[in-house]
Write a protein that binds this ligand. Structure first.
Ligand SMILES: [Zn+2]
Length: 216
């Protein structure tokens, strides 16, 4: 019996397990309520193979929080409001938009997960989790008519190749086109004019973008 027990672990496994136990990986923790976390994760922050983002929602938004709004998706040609649940997913290629947080429809080739935490009666926090963009993965910034869901404009970026810096620079270029020309924002089908786009950085808003953030 003693011989059997000794042979149940191969020398290779023994060596591997010894290596694993001796790894010097950093402990990785997040304190959701610290000011440092609020700043570090306000965009998307790489944590190993993941991107993490923190979105604070408050009835009275301050510098680091957004006004509470609906989570919207476009499904079967309609704009649908999804009830906030503890854990939510966005499947790949489903246009989604978070009211007052970012003013475009994000179309991701990868899946996203969000964890919704209630901090108190007036404050909620969404923890966004997605895979770190692989080479070849694209993000799209899109706008559809809010009345009849006719496509208006879209820009795409290969985030896996150009990184987050490239992601934001393509986004800014798209905003310039979309916000700079009312013709681009006018629905060819029903004539509705779309409000301007805005980013997840409220302190960068122009007057027009600030107004748009309040309304969609
Ligand atoms: Zn329309």
């Amino acid at each position: 019996m003693a011989g059997l027990a000794a042979s149940s672990l191969t020398p290779e496994s023994f060596d591997l397990m010894t290596q694993f136990a001796g790894r010097k990986a950093a402990l990785m923790t997040m304190d959701l309520l610290s000011e440092e976390s609020k700043l570090r994760y306000r965009s998307f922050f790489p944590c190993g193979d993941m991107l993490i983002g923190l979105r604070y929602h408050e009835t009275n938004p301050g510098r680091t929080a957004f006004k509470a709004g609906r989570a919207l998706k476009i499904i079967d040609g309609k704009i649908v409001s999804e009830a906030r649940k503890d854990v939510q997913f966005v499947q790949p290629l489903v246009p989604h938009h978070s009211e007052h947080v970012y003013g475009f429809w994000h179309i991701n080739e990868a899946q996203e997960m969000s964890l919704n935490l209630k901090l108190d009666d007036n404050r909620r926090l969404t923890v966004l989790v997605e895979g770190f963009p692989e080479r070849g993965r694209k993000d799209r910034f899109a706008w559809y008519c809010l009345s009849c869901v006719t496509p208006l404009y879209m820009a795409e970026v290969e985030t896996g190749r150009v990184g987050l810096g490239g992601y934001y620079s393509v986004q800014e270029d798209a905003f310039e086109v979309f916000n700079g020309d009312e013709k681009v924002r006018t629905c060819r089908s029903c004539g509705t004019v779309h409000p301007v786009a805005y980013s997840i950085f409220p302190w960068k808003d122009s007057r027009e973008e600030k107004e748009a953030r309040q309304c969609w």
